[in-house]
Design a binder for this molecule. Structure first.
Ligand code: 26Q
Length: 798
């Protein structure tokens, strides 16, 4: 251990001295930025020592390594995590305390690294934490976006997007490695010379790696996340001037595309995908050749995990390098490639499966396109040889109807295809990708998602962590130990402790919301929370309609009012900038909030808040403060969900459908400890096949729902134009694919059950404790161990 963290006094004097040397400032006058930078540098030096050690250990043994290729890594803040995992928290806190300083405040200076949209990106971040903490040799590979996911402002109830300038103060954790830069070719033409393809690209782009250390928990292991930055080289197309060219190139790592259901193929996004995939593959191969003579051992030494189809182009790029640059025969290269790549699917929404128009793909990546064509030709031949008819072959082909089907490329080019929750994998195998699963029955497998309990419990909920310490001294290393809390579910003492913890976290969240948005929540009310990306399938709209229903009842039905426990409904969600309907739903929620919060007749019983700019750091405050977690997607549409796990681990009950990992939550806690409602996945499927969904009939027969839907367009919301929400009511009645009205009644009843259960405190906190106790299964340590043993075949360092 670095000596200046030996004790709080040594730390403090070093801290002060560095402030003076670096910024010519005394501690008393130092800004938060200065304090943050100095602290960050001190922590980085400890990291550097361990990082070197890990590197040396790894270069001396020949362990197999995993590379997690992902277009998104939603890391959030690293300082807290790094300090915690290095075991420095105590010394730093105590040292700062001597001077009356608060570590929290310094930590808050760090911007979130928001290099992801939501679940998929946050999953990648949790995985990196588990990989390092379990001591596996594994690395992330992604893009160093200059701007992460947009910052959300709410103006007049509408979402406004602002650029996320996360690098403006520099980033203490990254290390630029010019020496390991890679050039990535784009455009141009391919000429066959003596039977060999020779590629003459139009431009060469410089990919410069920035490595961000990933600090394992209490084990001295540091791995890294490699983020590629796009920069110009000398080789630019002749018709472009240097300045224009420079800015065009930098766009490749310029910004993160917001997840968009109505996306058309954007050349820039394809360039991003190839850029980081090609740079990543090339750097892996260079490293491999430093250690080994040829590629025969590649599949035994390296596995590339493809996070959704976004990097699936690695399949073709690896083929290109092996065949064109290193002279391997096609069959040998294909054998190596398909034993090296593994693919994870995160969605079954048909519109989200990536397909690139050949008209875009071919000119940007001419040689890659030829290789995809050859992979496709051989694959289709294999199918024909097996007796598949032409129609079937076209259906499964990688290239068909002028488009490149990235999921097909990923499946054909990988030895493993996994879904992210049991239900999701079953739907992939039996419905969405049935033909592929019949063709390759052994490729398909499930890896139920997880979350790192270090960030989502140890860090974000010290109060609950202390309770856990009372029942286990090893739960941080072995999250299954959370189950030891189970036998405390029936003791008054633990129920009271958990209740107190919940109250503390609710007070803290209420304070933050009041400070930031001026809305006062009662911490004694039920905190009912839905935070996630805004998507129709996630059905924030159903939640909003239910709140309108509650409001109407409180105004008109004194029995209902008497029986109603005070509720605070909290939403947080970003809508993709181009997703018009999702943005309308944000406006609706804010309009409802404006109305009900200002009605003195109901405002003691009902509050609604839409928190601005929901992100990882906000989630750390929100997850622990929740009583009721809303997981209400149309069954079969949410591949897994991971917010559901974070809420559960922090002692919330789930109100939800049997979708994604909710199914596994229900199995673990038992049906009496979760509030389930709605159609299940089979029923949804059947309704869609039979076309029996009749929203108009439901509207005609359900008096309360009828009123709510009318209120969207009858002037009930005085502050907006009468037609403001017409498209929402039209959608619900005529073109809703997500069965909102179908599930509404079940949802309403589930809420009524939750309301009654909450009044029985002993019963509620018993259920809460059972949820916490069973949540250890959802630690990403469990998930990563399964990937490591069942897919990657890797072993920990040491
Ligand atoms: C694609 C093309 C163009 C622009 C954007 C995109 C794009 C970006 C992000 C498509 C999809 C995503 C993100 C998907 C995602 O987050 N999926 C979620 O993955 C989680 C982790 O497995 C699951 O828990 C969620 O259920 C799933 O929705």
């Amino acid at each position: 251990m670095n000596t200046y963290f030996k004790d709080e006094y040594t730390f403090l004097s070093e801290f002060k001295e560095r402030l003076e040397k670096r910024y010519i400032v005394e501690l008393a006058n130092a800004s938060t930025r200065q304090k943050y930078n100095v602290l960050g540098e001190m922590v980085s030096e400890v990291i550097a020592d361990n990082w070197m050690d890990t590197k040396n250990v790894l270069s001396n043994n020949n362990l197999k390594e995993v590379y997690y290729f992902s277009m998104e890594f939603l890391m959030g803040r690293l300082i807290t995590n790094n300090i915690m995992n290095l075991g420095l928290r105590n010394v730093i806190e105590k040292g700062l305390e001597i001077e009356g300083l608060d570590l929290n405040e310094i930590e808050h200076f760090e911007s979130d690294a928001g290099l992801g949209n939501g679940g998929l990106g946050r999953l990648a971040a949790c995985f990196l934490d588990s990989i390092a903490s379990l001591g596996y040799p594994g690395y992330g590979n992604g893009i160093r976006y200059r701007y992460g996911l947009f910052e959300q402002k709410i103006q007049g109830g509408y979402q406004i997007e602002k650029p996320d300038d996360w690098l403006k103060d520099g980033y203490v954790w990254e290390v630029r490695k010019d020496e390991e830069s890679i050039t990535v070719p784009f455009g141009g033409k391919v000429i066959f010379e003596e039977g060999n393809a020779v590629y003459y690209p139009d431009e060469l782009i410089n990919a410069v790696p920035y490595d961000v250390p990933i600090v394992g928990n209490d084990n001295g292991v540091i791995t890294h996340l490699r983020l590629w930055n796009a920069e110009p080289t000398e080789k630019r197309p002749s018709d472009k001037d240097a300045f224009a060219y420079d800015s065009e190139i930098r766009k490749i790592s310029g910004f993160l595309y917001p997840d968009d259901t109505t996306r058309e193929g954007k050349v820039l996004r394809l360039k991003q995908q190839y850029f980081f995939s090609a740079a990543g593959v090339k750097s892996i191969i260079e490293r491999h050749l430093e250690k080994y003579e040829d590629f025969a051992l590649l599949p035994e030494k390296v596995v590339i995990q493809i996070n959704d189809t976004h990097p699936s182009i690695v399949v073709a790029e690896l083929m290109r390098l092996l065949v064109d640059d290193h002279g391997l025969e096609w069959d040998e290269a294909w054998d190596i490639t398909t034993r090296t790549c593994a693919y994870t699917n995160h969605t079954i929404l048909a519109e989200a499966l990536e397909k690139w128009s050949v008209d875009i793909f071919q000119p940007v990546l001419p040689r890659i396109y030829q290789i995809v064509e050859e992979i496709n030709r051989r694959f289709c031949k294999e199918l024909l040889d097996k007796g598949y008819d032409q129609e079937k072959v076209t259906k499964l082909a990688i290239i068909s109807n002028g488009r490149v089907h990235m999921a097909h490329l990923a499946i054909v080019g990988s030895f493993s295809v996994n879904g992210v929750a049991a239900l999701h994998t079953n739907i992939l195998k039996n419905i969405e990708m049935k033909d592929f699963s019949n063709l390759y029955p052994n490729k398909f497998n499930n890896k139920t998602n997880g979350i790192t309990h270090r960030r989502w419990l140890l860090h974000s909920n010290p109060e609950l962590s202390s309770i856990m310490d009372m029942v286990s001294d090893n739960w941080v290393n072995d999250p299954n130990e959370l189950e030891k809390l189970l036998k405390k579910a029936t003791t008054k003492k633990y129920r009271t402790l958990v209740k107190k913890m919940k109250k503390t976290k609710k007070v803290a969240l209420a304070e933050r919301i009041e400070k930031e948005q001026g809305i006062k929540l009662d911490p004694n009310s039920i905190f009912d929370i839905q935070v996630k990306r805004l998507h129709e399938y996630k059905r924030q709209l159903m939640n909003a309609l239910h709140i309108m229903y509650v409001y109407n009842k409180l105004k008109s039905d004194s029995n209902f009012k008497e029986n109603y426990y005070p509720h605070s409904f909290i939403f947080g969600a970003k809508a993709a900038s181009g997703y018009h309907f999702a943005k309308k739903v944000i406006k609706l929620i804010n309009t409802i909030a404006e109305k009900v919060n200002n009605d003195p007749e109901t405002s003691d019983l009902l509050k609604v808040v839409f928190v601005e700019n929901y992100n990882v750091t906000y989630a750390e405050a929100i997850m622990p403060a929740c009583d009721l977690s809303e997981q209400i997607s149309t069954a079969s549409k949410e591949a897994s969900g991971t917010g559901n796990m974070k809420f559960m681990m922090n002692g919330a009950l789930t109100i939800g459908t049997l979708d994604g990992a909710n199914v596994e939550i229900a199995e673990l806690v038992g049906e009496e400890n979760i509030l389930l409602f709605g159609l299940n996945a089979d029923e949804v499927n059947q309704v869609n096949i039979d076309k029996t969904y009749n929203p108009k009939a439901i509207y005609d027969n359900h008096v309360d729902l009828h009123l709510v839907i009318d209120q969207l367009t009858n002037g009930f919301f005085e502050d907006v134009a009468k037609e403001e929400f017409r498209e929402i009511s039209d959608r619900l009645l005529f073109s809703d694919n997500y069965l909102v009205l179908e599930d509404f009644e079940g949802y309403r009843l589930a809420h009524a059950r939750a309301n009654d259960l909450y009044k029985d405190e002993e019963a509620w906190f018993k259920a809460t404790i059972i949820n916490i106790a069973k949540s250890g299964y959802f630690s990403s340590d469990r998930t990563i161990k399964q990937y490591a043993t069942e897919i990657w075949n890797i072993k920990p360092i040491k």
